[in-house]
Design a protein around this ligand. Structure first.
Ligand code: FNR
Length: 375
């Protein structure tokens, strides 16, 4: 990693754009349906707003007069190097945002040296995504299917395609109350977006009588909702794959404890970007109790509302090992495909390196609660 001060403006072109500006571009480009789907949260969007606001509960307490001429924010997770404590969160249906779909996103992640998490409901299949960026660190996010053979088959395909971890999302047993989508009458799954991993799956092909639009859609909708999913099911997955299993959507310390007790490998503290349970605790507010409960037994990641270098720094100071961003990189994808995602990551990198330097740290491992005060 270079000297932060020579990197300003250099990594990203002329002048850095900020999350709000990318968002504005996305709003101008996308029709109301897909934009509402990307942007909105559940219910009255209280949790969506709190995810952002909660970062203001804390202030950075910087140290000065230290040599910060060489900042290196890189970290190791599961023995894999990542150039920043940042990953691209699983965001399904990327074909509704840009013709490059997830391929643009995974290539930008690969170029930046950060992991990409592919959703179950991608527009390109998990094999196509892997083939487009063979060197990238890729994780596969699994939406549990009611049909266990289908669940096992997707995990197996991800392992065979070179994905390095399975992320099980556990906050979507039922779909959240998405008022904006209802108002717009918009549902990407109904349009058969996000079906690629199902259509390519041999178990799925045997399940549906014919690969017609209606049969595919009905089978996906029937399989994706699983209000009876339980910790026992995660035991089943543990026996299906050698890959690390990451549980996404944990907010309660007792659930974090279950992850550790079951021998699973990492936690993503998340409320699904405020898209599921409105009124749920902001991710960054849920983080400290989980960090305390887990006591370094497994890595802890978080997502929800991360928009700036200061946000990443604060999450790490609160005990996260890495963070994920969802909407911000998709705004970049909407605006300019892979190049847009690269700019979003590049600007965040520059800002993050500056935040390290101006806080008096040069390595991610140096960041601790000593650099934070609660307001
Ligand atoms: C998501 N998210 C998500 N999560 C997941 O596990 N599987 C998925 O398929 C999706 N799909 C998805 C689509 C869209 C349009 C959005 C905005 C989000 C949630 C995502 O992984 C992440 O938790 C949040 O986006 C993080 O919050 P921010 O960074 O968007 O505030």
């Amino acid at each position: 990693m270079g000297n932060v001060f020579t990197r300003i403006g250099e990594s990203t072109g002329d002048y850095p754009l900020f999350a709000g500006e990318w968002e504005k571009r996305a709003r101008e480009i996308l029709p109301a349906g897909p934009f509402g789907f990307l942007q909105s949260g559940a219910g009255d969007e209280v949790t969506l707003g709190q995810n952002r606001e909660a970062f203001n509960d804390y202030d950075i307490l910087p140290r000065v007069l230290r040599d910060v001429s060489n900042v290196d924010p890189s970290i190791q997770l599961f023995g894999q190097e990542q150039s920043l404590p940042l990953m691209l969160a699983p965001v399904g249906f990327q074909g509704i945002f840009h013709s490059e779909k997830e391929i643009g996103s995974v290539k930008a992640a690969a170029a930046a040296g950060i992991p990409f998490v592919a959703s179950t409901v991608t527009s390109a299949s998990l094999e196509e995504i892997a083939a487009a960026a063979p060197k990238a660190v890729k994780w596969f996010q699994l939406y549990w299917s009611k049909n266990l053979d289908l669940t096992a088959s997707m995990a197996r395909r991800a392992e065979e395609a070179g994905y390095q971890a399975i992320v099980v999302t556990v906050d979507t047993g039922l779909l959240g109350w998405r008022k904006r989508d209802y108002r717009n009458g918009y549902s990407p799954l109904k349009l058969l977006q996000g079906a690629a991993n199902y259509i390519h799956d041999p178990v799925f092909q045997d399940m549906v009588p014919q690969l017609t639009e209606k049969h595919i859609r009905d089978a996906i909708l029937d399989n994706i909702h699983h209000p009876n999913l339980s910790w026992d099911d995660l035991r089943f997955l543990r026996n299906q794959t050698k890959l690390p299993i990451v549980v996404k959507g944990i907010l309660h310390p007792a659930d974090a404890r279950q992850v550790v007790d079951l021998g699973l490998d990492a936690i993503i503290v998340s409320n699904h970007g405020g898209r599921q349970l409105d009124g749920a605790i902001a991710s960054v507010r849920a983080l400290p109790a989980i960090v305390q409960e887990v006591d370094e037994a497994v890595p802890i990641l978080m997502d929800g509302g991360v928009r700036s270098g200061a946000d990443v720094f604060k999450a790490i100071a609160l005990g996260a090992d890495s963070v994920l961003i969802g909407r911000p990189y998709v705004y970049g994808l909407v605006a300019d495909g892979q190049a847009g995602v690269s700019r979003v990551i590049g600007d965040l990198r520059t800002e993050l390196e500056l935040t390290y330097a101006l806080s008096g740290v040069t390595r991610t491992a140096e960041i601790s609660s000593a650099y934070l005060v609660k307001r």
